[in-house]
Design a protein around this ligand. Structure first.
Ligand SMILES: Nc1nc2c(ncn2[C@@H]2O[C@H](COP(=O)(O)OP(=O)(O)OP(=O)(O)O)[C@@H](O)[C@H]2O)c(=O)[nH]1
Ligand SMILES: [Mg+2]
Length: 212
């Protein structure tokens, strides 16, 4: 369903096998690194598996911090890819976790909205959706923000290893049907499991395609 050819997959594999390094963490916009290379951001509910997917993508366990505690990542975390620097990956703070204090939610909304609207090097966002749950209202809120900011995005199902193949086919179709109606969304869905490595070569190719 992703449709990348072998050359694109191989080029992406090589890129991500090269240098990748954590650059910095930005709790506020004034801490952002200079906008000097293309960026691709990972967005999604807390605990959906953003940091895990970043680690799988770059084949480096522990590059991005993962955790069972929702809300682990509350800043924008930047990772440099390539030497010389070719592009950056951005691990975004998760949203929608239960018991999030109001001021944290407000801070998240400002930070993410301002980043999405003002970051001209941001080429694409990957919006991660837990395959067990499908799209929720909190995800629709970020879709709305991305559509309004005209940031192109692609939907990625995570934790595909956690459900049966039949359920996975069903949630993939349901997700694609909803996403197709969105103006800034890429119509194709990527299905992944960081745990099993499923969909990771395609996701790498999708990142390279996004940075152009
Ligand atoms: N079975 C399975 N578990 C996964 C997968 N990806 C992530 N997890 C688990 O899900 C939990 C959350 O993963 P994280 O990568 O920390 O999630 P996150 O989206 O970065 O969370 P926040 O930083 O809180 O927004 C961890 O316990 C991971 O081990 C997957 O593909 N399969
Ligand atoms: Mg995280």
């Amino acid at each position: 369903m992703s449709g990348f050819d072998e050359d694109a997959i191989e080029a992406a594999r090589k890129t991500f096998a090269g240098p990748v390094a954590f650059l910095k963490s930005a709790p506020e916009l004034r801490h952002l690194p200079p906008a000097e290379v293309p960026e691709v951001a990972f967005a999604g509910r807390s605990n959906v598996g953003k940091s895990s997917l970043l680690n799988a993508l770059t084949n480096r366990n522990g590059l991005a911090r993962t955790s069972n505690t929702p809300g682990r990542t509350q800043e924008l975390n930047f990772f440099d890819v390539g030497d010389p620097l070719a592009f950056r990956l951005v691990d975004m703070p998760g949203y929608g976790f239960a018991k999030a204090p109001k001021d944290i939610v407000r801070k998240w909304r400002y930070l993410v909205n301002d980043f999405l609207r003002g970051r001209d090097v941001l080429k694409r966002a990957l919006v991660l959706i837990d395959a067990r749950h499908g799209i929720k209202d909190v995800d629709r809120e970020i879709f709305d923000m991305l559509d309004a900011a005209a940031v192109s995005y692609r939907t990625v199902l995570t934790k595909a290893d956690k459900i049966k193949a039949s359920e996975l086919a069903e949630v993939t179709e349901r997700t694609a049907d909803e996403v197709r109606k969105r103006p800034a969304a890429h119509p194709d869905i990527l299905v992944t499991s960081s745990e099993k490595g499923m969909g990771i070569p395609d996701l790498r190719a999708a990142v390279l395609e996004a940075i152009g």
